[in-house]
Each structure stands twice: as C-alpha cells, then as structure tokens.
Design a protein around this ligand. Structure first.
Ligand SMILES: *[C@@H]1O[C@H](CO)[C@@H](O)[C@H](O)[C@H]1NC(C)=O
Ligand SMILES: *[C@@H]1O[C@H](CO)[C@@H](O)[C@H](O)[C@H]1NC(C)=O
Ligand SMILES: *[C@@H]1O[C@H](CO)[C@@H](O)[C@H](O)[C@H]1NC(C)=O
Ligand SMILES: *[C@@H]1O[C@H](CO)[C@@H](O)[C@H](O)[C@H]1NC(C)=O
Ligand SMILES: *[C@@H]1O[C@H](CO)[C@@H](O)[C@H](O)[C@H]1NC(C)=O
Ligand SMILES: *[C@@H]1O[C@H](CO)[C@@H](O)[C@H](O)[C@H]1NC(C)=O
Ligand SMILES: *[C@@H]1O[C@H](CO)[C@@H](O)[C@H](O)[C@H]1NC(C)=O
Ligand SMILES: *[C@@H]1O[C@H](CO)[C@@H](O)[C@H](O)[C@H]1NC(C)=O
Ligand SMILES: *[C@@H]1O[C@H](CO)[C@@H](O)[C@H](O)[C@H]1NC(C)=O
Ligand SMILES: *[C@@H]1O[C@H](CO)[C@@H](O)[C@H](O)[C@H]1NC(C)=O
Ligand SMILES: *[C@@H]1O[C@H](CO)[C@@H](O)[C@H](O)[C@H]1NC(C)=O
Ligand SMILES: [Zn+2]
Length: 489
C-alpha cells in the first residue's frame, strides 16, 4: 500500500524531531546552583577540571560583588529577588525583633518581610502557562510567598546526599506531568566545614574537589538525558570566606554592662540592641574600645554606609560592631571550642576558622559566577557585576518580564547570547534541516489524517486501523507525543 512509505517518512521525521526527550517544559529551562562560600579565587588555588571546563565553555566573571552583610541568607535572597537586604528584610542570618523581643533565625517569619518582594521561583510560576519552579534546599525556597507555595521544594537537611540532589533536579525537569523550568539547587559546602576548619584546610580542598565532581555529574546527567542543549545552568555562590585564628578573636561584650543590651548575628558583624536608656553609653563605650583595640569598627544606625543598602529597615540594629578583616568577635570565642569538640581537633592559637560577613569590598568575600547553556554566550569572560543583577539575568533566560527590583541589566546584557542574529553556519544549517523536517512532518500528518478520515468513513475505528498497520513501537511513540489528539476533535 502507498501508506507504508509515508508512514516510514513520518516515523523518521518524528524520531528525529522528538527522540531526544519525552516531556519537557515548553519554556526556557534554568538551573541555578549555589555552592555556599565558594570563593571566587578557588579557581586559581585549586584543581577544578569540570568547573574550569564548563566555565570556559560558557560565560564567567572573575568574581561578583555581593551584598552587605556577606552572609548566607541576605545574599541568597538578594540573588533570588534582585533587591537589597534593606528591601527584602533578610538583613542577617539572624536579627533581633524589637517588637517581639526575640532573636529571629531562618523561618517563614524571617522571609515574610514584605509582600512586594517576590523571589524568582514565585515570579516564574506567577507567569503561568505551565511554568513550574523547584527549590532543592535553597535558603528560603521552601517558604510561602504571596500566599502560595511553589510546585516542588525540599527543605534543608545538612549533609543530604549530593548526587540525589542532582538526580531529583533532573527528575523535576523530566517530570511527565509538571516538568520544571526553574530549579534552585543549593549545596551547603564549602561553608559548613569551612567555618570549622578554615578555607585553607585540606578538608576544604577535598570538598572543593567533590564540588567539582558534582558539577561534572550534573553535566553528565544532562548529557545522558539529552538536555545539554536545552538547559541553562548558572553556578554562583553567596560569598567567599577568610581564615581567622584565636589570637584574633576580640571580646567586645567585656566593654558592656550585663543586662543593658541584646545582641544577634555572628562574626564579623555583631548587632547590638541597647535596652532603653543605654543607647548612648553603649555606643560611647564601644567607640572608645574600638579606638583602644584598633581591630573593629562601631557604627550607629545613622552611620551605616549608604552603599550597603542595609540601613533602611526596622530590622537593622541600632548599633553594628564590625571586626576588621582577619578578626572575629565573641561568638567565635564561644564556638571555636565547640567546633574542636564536634570535629575532634585540638584547639591551638594556630587553629584556623572560616569567617565571612565583612564588607563586600573585601576581596576574599567575593563569590564566583559561571553559566552555560543555549541562552548563554559561549567562551566569554565578562566584567564582574553585582549579585543584585542576577535576578534580571534569570528573567532574561526564562523570557519573563522582571518584577521591580534594584538590579541593572548589566549581567543580562553581557551574558545572554544574542539570539537575534549572529548565527553560526552550523546553526543555520540545523535550522534549515529542521525547517525541511517540520515541513515534511506537517505534510505527512495531513496525508495521514486524510487517510484516517477515509478509513473512518469505511467504519473502521482509527485506533484499530493504526494498530493493524503500524509497528507497535511507533504506536507507543505517537501516543506519547499526543499526535493522535486532533482525532478527538
Ligand atoms: C506574613 O506576614 C503577614 C503580614 O504581616 C501575615 O499576615 C502572615 O500571617 C505572615 N505569614 C507568615 C507565614 O508568617
Ligand atoms: C505551603 O507549604 C507549607 C509547608 O509544607 C504548608 O504548611 C502550607 O499550608 C502550604 N501553603 C499553601 C498555601 O499551600
Ligand atoms: C566523582 O567521583 C567518584 C568517586 O571518586 C567517581 O566514581 C565519579 O566518576 C566522579 N564523577 C565524575 C563526574 O567524574
Ligand atoms: C538521547 O538521544 C540519543 C540519540 O538520539 C538516544 O539514543 C537516547 O535514547 C536519548 N536518551 C534519552 C534518555 O532520551
Ligand atoms: C595564644 O595567643 C594569645 C594571644 O595572642 C597569647 O596570649 C597566648 O600566650 C598564646 N598561647 C600559646 C599557647 O601560644
Ligand atoms: C568577655 O569578657 C567578659 C569579661 O571578662 C567575660 O565575662 C565574658 O565571658 C567574655 N566573653 C567571652 C565570649 O568569652
Ligand atoms: C548576666 O545576666 C544574665 C541574665 O540577666 C545572668 O544570667 C548572668 O549570670 C549575668 N552574667 C554576669 C557575668 O553577670
Ligand atoms: C575608654 O577606654 C579606656 C581604656 O579601656 C578606659 O579606661 C576608659 O574608661 C574608657 N572610657 C569610656 C568613656 O568608656
Ligand atoms: C580524636 O582524636 C584523637 C587524637 O587524634 C584520637 O586519639 C581519638 O580516637 C579521636 N576520637 C574520635 C571520637 O574520633
Ligand atoms: C530597591 O527597589 C525597591 C523596590 O522596587 C525600591 O523601593 C527601592 O527604593 C530600591 N532601592 C534602591 C537603592 O534603588
Ligand atoms: C545581535 O546581533 C545583531 C546582528 O549581528 C546585531 O545587529 C545586534 O546589535 C546584536 N544585538 C546585541 C544586543 O548584541
Ligand atoms: Zn553562605
């Protein structure tokens, strides 16, 4: 019969057009990976074959400028929202709530500062049309925003198997019912061990090698699932880390009278909240002490630097004590012996601990940035840019309008591939071949449906007719692609 060659062509065409994937979001797909405390210059001190490979294949910046304080939660939320900590309200890893008279740590409350702040995962789903967001342990990713939860989220569990995080990410992308087009994927290293052993330790060297390995694993899984040319991967960190030894721990509470203040936060930035009536005496005592000591600075709220974008928020403390780079404060005096006990090492004056949270102009606080994927420029190094600009870049990749934020389009301008021209010869060829194939497919479909209509008139059910004539694999294939849907109409 003349039907057979047509079907062969149709089979070939659909195989070529659709073989690579079964079900994927129709929207651009983006994975944002964060390695907590991965310092920008680990690329020069460590051997990171996979990270170097994908970094140089795609686009990278030597470093990013992050937000103040260079702590985990403020920075992850600025990455996710494009606004400064004074706007999103996550002004520290903890803060003192003067109204409730308690210290607030990571919780829905911490992230529920303003209904006007919309993280990228919420914003992506808000654009509808089947967009689906996922968060694998991203700080704040499992909370409710604007009264809604995103489709997929996993709450933080320290030490959760890394490969399983990647496997779940791929599963979300391939989900037959609700394929994700945005996944926020978080790793708590090298931060967790970096605090206890310092960023120069062998333990951190090993962890960096493992993070390189998991980067390789992620890309291998994308390749195995034929997703490399469909998925954009951005890898960033929230901040770097610097080493501090016990002789550089400064006791600042010795200058304060017990019971006259509250404090929150952790080295190097301690928030001081004086009780009523003690504001001036505490500020004066600390200022005086800072002059004597010379390795920490004291700021009243009115003195916070404008460029920090940290002041204009009721959660910002009345006084901030900031250690100089390479120094730490009371909390490390307390936690250093706890680390030694937990990890079974002998605490000495040479023991190194990891600290971050200093001003973002401190070199060792800088995060890294690398990106690769169909919407990302290839083999490009871009100028350093601000963490705040990432939100607009995410929106550019996802092809959604950004919500109001503090970022510029600098990152998007530099990183996004120019899709309105400058096609390589290979791309043009592929597009022409693709065009011919699509045309063939449409023609074949038209013929098939005409034949089907004829068969129907002969009162043979379509499915029976198809089953009789078509190879079973083809049947399954066609059904999987919902190509029989028009028949229902
Ligand atoms: C968030 O804040 C709003 C307004 O203050 C409040 O109504 C709501 O219950 C809060 N939600 C959470 C999860 O804390
Ligand atoms: C969002 O998820 C939280 C935690 O699982 C749950 O308690 C809450 O009811 C959910 N809210 C909505 C609007 O689904
Ligand atoms: C990661 O390390 C494991 C264990 O050494 C190894 O089996 C695996 O092949 C590595 N993965 C990659 C992507 O190199
Ligand atoms: C990926 O594509 C190749 C070549 O087209 C195919 O053989 C393989 O089955 C595909 N793998 C998946 C997981 O779709
Ligand atoms: C450790 O450092 C402190 C402060 O510099 C010093 O007073 C102390 O003697 C040192 N201890 C040892 C064992 O070296
Ligand atoms: C700081 O010094 C004061 C006064 O000597 C002392 O009571 C306090 O325990 C010290 N703080 C720490 C964390 O060691
Ligand atoms: C400081 O005050 C707290 C509670 O008011 C009390 O438990 C603690 O013993 C006091 N510490 C000193 C060194 O006076
Ligand atoms: C300033 O510091 C010095 C040395 O610690 C101390 O003697 C003096 O009393 C302090 N002055 C005030 C106003 O706290
Ligand atoms: C802790 O370290 C000491 C000395 O290195 C060793 O003898 C001991 O077995 C270790 N204990 C644990 C629980 O690892
Ligand atoms: C940051 O963005 C918020 C929300 O759009 C706005 O209210 C605020 O004024 C902006 N801040 C700066 C410094 O641009
Ligand atoms: C994109 O490429 C086209 C054609 O080469 C060029 O005219 C246009 O200016 C480019 N746009 C950007 C943003 O680089
Ligand atoms: Zn962090």
């Amino acid at each position: 019969m003349f039907l057979k060659p047509i079907l062969s062509v149709l089979y070939l065409v659909t195989t070529i057009c659709f073989s690579s994937v079964t079900s994927l979001s129709k929207h651009p797909i983006l994975i944002v990976v964060s390695f907590d405390a991965f310092r920008y210059n680990f690329f020069t001190t460590e051997t990171l074959p996979y990270m170097n490979l994908y970094r140089t294949k795609g686009t990278y910046a030597e470093y990013l400028t992050n937000v103040f304080p260079t702590k985990t939660f403020p920075n992850h939320h600025s990455i996710a929202t494009g606004v400064y900590p004074e706007v999103h309200g996550v002004i520290g890893n903890s803060y003192y709530d003067s109204t409730l008279k308690k210290i607030v740590k990571i919780s829905p409350e911490m992230y529920n500062y303003s209904e006007a702040v919309i993280p990228i995962w919420r914003w992506n789903e808000d654009q509808g049309d089947g967009r689906v967001s996922a968060s694998f342990m991203w700080p704040g990713g499992d909370f409710t925003y604007q009264g809604k939860n995103i489709t997929y989220s996993v709450t933080f569990q320290n030490g959760f198997d890394w490969k399983k995080r990647v496997d779940q990410t791929i599963k979300w992308i391939l989900d037959p019912e609700k394929p994700a087009n945005l996944i926020m994927l978080y790793f708590e290293e090298p931060d967790t061990h970096g605090h206890a052993f310092g960023p120069n330790s062998v333990i951190i060297k090993d962890l960096l090698a493992k993070l390189d390995n998991i980067t390789g694993y992620l890309h291998q899984q994308l390749e195995l699932n034929n997703l490399s040319d469909k998925v954009n991967v951005i890898q960033v960190s929230d901040h770097g880390m610097t080493a501090v030894t016990p002789p550089h721990f400064i006791n600042i509470t010795q200058y304060l009278k017990n019971g006259t203040y509250e404090w929150a936060g952790a080295s190097p930035a301690i928030q001081i909240i004086p009780h009523g009536g003690f504001e001036d005496s505490i500020y004066t005592a600390l200022k005086n002490a800072s002059k004597q000591n010379g390795h920490f600075t004291v700021y009243a709220k009115s003195e916070y630097l404008d460029r920090w974008h940290y002041k204009n928020n009721p959660r910002s403390p009345p006084i901030l004590v900031m250690a100089e780079q390479g120094y730490a404060l009371d909390d490390l005096i307390i936690s250093a012996p706890q680390y030694a006990k937990k990890y079974n090492f002998t605490l000495t004056n040479q023991s190194e601990f990891g600290v971050h949270g200093y001003d973002y102009i401190v070199d060792e606080m800088h995060p890294y940035f690398m990106a690769i994927g169909p919407r990302i420029k290839q083999q490009t190094k871009v100028d350093p840019f601000s963490t705040i600009d990432l939100f607009n870049l995410f929106c550019g990749i996802l092809e959604i309008m950004p919500t109001k934020n503090n970022g510029t389009t600098k990152a998007a301008d530099m990183v996004l591939a120019n899709t309105s021209g400058k096609y390589s010869l290979g791309t043009i060829l592929m597009m022409s071949v693709g065009g011919v194939l699509v045309a063939l497919l449409l023609v074949s479909l038209a013929i098939v449906f005409t034949l089907i209509a004829i068969k129907r008139q002969q009162s043979i059910t379509t499915t029976a007719a198809l089953n009789k004539r078509f190879p079973q694999t083809f049947q399954n294939y066609i059904e999987a692609q919902h190509l029989l849907e028009p028949e229902d109409a």
